[in-house]
Design a protein around this ligand. Structure first.
Ligand SMILES: [Cu+2]
Length: 459
């Protein structure tokens, strides 16, 4: 009689496949590090509250830090132990298209019990992050993200290299993540905003010397909230946006981070001994410390803050030959959009809201069959983005960074996500460098889920 194991293999089949696995060359599969998407519990709130059930990579939030030297290959085998499919997008990293982690476009979603091996060599050093790109408005809100740092060959001379991951949680009184991921009021307005802004600083440093030099890598992983950050007792310069060095470090004025944006700063501790140096977040009801360092001891003052070594990413020299493509952003509450096309059908805004959709690019809601543009590798493109809505948006291009074309004709810093205020028109430009299908979408993930998505085809 043939016995059946619970998963449906016959015992004979099971033994055969085990025997075959044993015959594989040693090391063929054994040494691939894994990243397991699974359920977990973390302590977010004070001890009198329960722990918070989360979805996290390796059961943690943030997921495990992935850190490697520039030029080294990154390989992680994603194992999905969640009750739903998932994927990983390597935000801001110039990866081959098949490694971009976009289900339905660059890969199939990884099913429960399934796996997918991501492998690529990041060309650029800097502060990046990884996150689920499947039902991301829910999965990122549940905790499926982590930090990816690519170290410069010659990193700047600092006393502490600190990563500050900023998130915005919507928690219930029991400390659980509120599971209201589909409230029309959220996705037609500023997105799903939380009630608990929380920063995780790592490594954990509680005390610093006066004049100590800190590198701060701020990452906004919130699905929808724009963070405003200020520094108290810390003075220095912004040295990179979205992982890419500034040729000339700049003074931080008001520091806003849209969802997915990163800022690297190098700062010196200017607070006196016995005082605290703070990273603070500006919220509606006040200014709150999200990271605190007590100052004890004193170092010798260092000199000027140098620029980071530059990355090999292409920078624009001119856009005179660039092809111009318009992108009109419409919809949302108070947006005046009356009708648009969704999955090939012309619908009224009321019909779209019933389908969970509210935002359009060039009159099309959701992912269009045809790309916003098709380009040849090497072609320079300009996208004029008109925000004809009553809300801010954080526009993210996959696959490479872009530069903003400023009013005086100069180019802004390399970025992968541009925060646009309501009613603004901003133009970005880039040379299409890598073949593939690349998304362009709002990184307010509720807005993306409700229609703000399009794509570029580079051949
Ligand atoms: Cu948006």
């Amino acid at each position: 009689m043939t016995e059946h194991t619970p998963n449906g293999f016959t015992r004979r089949g099971f033994l055969t496949s085990s025997a075959m696995a044993a015959l594989l060359p040693v090391g063929a599969n054994a040494s691939v590090p894994t990243l397991t998407a699974r359920l977990g519990q973390i302590r977010l709130l004070p001890d009198e509250y329960p722990e918070t059930p989360i979805w996290g990579f390796d059961g943690q939030v943030p997921g495990p830090l992935i850190r490697l030297p520039q030029g080294q290959r990154m390989t992680r085998k994603l194992l999905n132990q969640l009750p739903t499919p998932t994927s990983v997008h390597w935000h801001g990293v110039r990866v081959p298209n098949v490694m971009d982690g976009v289900p339905g476009m660059t890969q199939d979603a990884v099913q429960t019990g399934g796996d997918f091996t991501y492998t690529f060599t990041p060309p650029d050093a800097g502060t990046f992050w990884y996150h689920s790109h499947h039902q991301s408005s829910e999965q990122v809100a549940r905790g499926l993200y982590g930090v990816l740092i690519v170290d410069e060959t010659e990193p700047p001379d600092v006393d502490h290299d600190l990563t500050v991951v900023l998130d915005d949680w919507r928690l219930t009184q029991e400390g659980a993540i509120s599971d209201d991921f589909d409230r029309p009021h959220d996705w037609t307005h500023a997105g799903r905003l939380g009630n608990f802004i929380h920063a995780v600083t790592s490594p954990q440093v509680t005390s610093v010397a006066r004049n100590a030099r800190l590198r701060l890598r701020l990452i906004n992983v919130a699905t929808d909230r724009i963070m405003e950050i200020s520094l108290i007792g810390l003075e220095g310069k912004i040295v990179a946006f979205d992982g890419m060095p500034l040729l000339k470090p700049q003074k931080p004025e008001r520091l806003f981070l849209g969802p997915a944006q990163r800022v690297d700063l190098i700062v010196d501790v200017t607070a006196d001994e016995g005082e605290d140096a703070l990273i603070a977040s500006h919220e509606r009801d006040g200014v709150f410390a999200i990271a605190e360092f007590s100052v004890s001891g004193s170092n010798t003052r260092r000199g000027i803050i140098p620029a980071l070594p530059d990355n090999p990413h292409h920078r624009l020299a001119s856009v005179t030959d660039a092809r111009k493509v318009p992108l009109r952003m419409e919809g949302g509450a108070m947006g005046g959009l009356r009708d648009a096309t969704f999955k090939g059908q012309h619908l009224s805004i009321q019909e779209m809201v019933q389908l969970g959709q509210a935002w359009a690019f060039n009159g099309v809601v959701g992912m269009p069959d045809d790309p916003l543009l098709s380009a040849s590798t090497g072609e320079t493109l300009m996208i004029e983005m008109v925000n004809d809505t009553a809300f801010a948006h954080a526009m993210h291009l996959h696959g490479q960074h872009f530069q903003e074309v400023l009013d005086d004709g100069s180019f802004g810093p390399l970025r992968d996500t541009l925060l646009m205020a309501r009613a603004e028109t901003r133009t970005i430009a880039f040379r299409a460098d890598t073949p593939g299908k690349w998304l362009l979408h709002c990184h307010m993930l509720s807005h993306a889920a409700a229609g703000m998505r399009t794509w570029l085809h580079v051949t």
